[in-house]
Design a binder for this molecule. Structure first.
Ligand SMILES: [Zn+2]
Ligand SMILES: [Zn+2]
Length: 148
C-alpha cells in the first residue's frame, strides 16, 4: 500500500500496489505546464485499489483538452487524483508519499519533449499517445479480477 497527499495535506489517499497497472511519464505540453516539470507522471490505478482518506470534495478540475479533466487541490494547487472516463483512477506520481512499487515504465509524447528534457530509460517510448493495442492491454489489466 502507498499513501499520497497534496502539498497542504487537505487531500490524502491510499492505493494498493497491485492495483497500479502502469506508471506513465508524459512529455506533452499540457503535462509539462500543469506539473511545472519536464514531464508529468501518472499512475493508472484500478478504481477498487484507490481510496480517498480526505479531500475528495476539496478538488477543482480543469479541462486541459476536450474530455480530459485534470484535478488539483483548491488550496495549494497540487495535481490531485481523478476518476477517468474509462473507470480507473489517474494518480499523479508526485503526490505519492511512499513507493508505489512501480517506476514510470512508459513514456508518451516524446515529440513534445522540451530541449532541456532527456528521455528517461523506459521499456516503451512512443512519439504520440501510443498504439491502441497497447492501451487495450492496459485497460484489460485494469479490470482483471484477482490479479496481482
Ligand atoms: Zn492541498
Ligand atoms: Zn501529457
Amino acid at each position: 500500500m502507498a499513501k499520497g497527499s497534496c502539498l497542504c495535506g487537505a487531500i490524502a489517499f491510499e492505493i494498493d500496489d497491485p492495483g497500479v497497472v502502469v506508471s506513465v511519464g508524459c512529455y506533452c505540453t499540457n503535462c509539462r505546464k500543469i506539473s511545472g516539470s519536464q514531464y508529468g507522471v501518472y499512475l493508472q490505478v484500478r478504481h477498487d485499489s484507490f481510496r480517498w482518506i480526505s479531500g475528495e470534495d476539496h478538488t477543482a478540475t480543469y479541462e486541459s483538452s476536450p474530455g480530459n479533466l485534470r484535478a488539483f487541490c483548491r488550496s495549494c494547487g497540487s495535481v490531485a487524483p481523478i476518476a477517468t472516463p474509462y473507470g480507473a483512477v489517474r494518480v499523479p506520481g508526485g503526490a505519492l508519499d511512499e513507493d508505489p512499487g512501480m517506476p514510470p515504465d512508459v513514456v508518451l509524447f516524446t515529440q513534445s519533449q522540451a530541449d532541456w528534457c532527456k528521455t528517461d530509460a523506459a521499456s516503451h517510448a512512443f512519439a504520440d499517445a501510443g498504439p491502441q493495442d497497447f492501451w487495450a492491454g492496459v485497460i484489460r489489466r485494469l479490470f482483471e479480477r484477482g490479479a496481482t
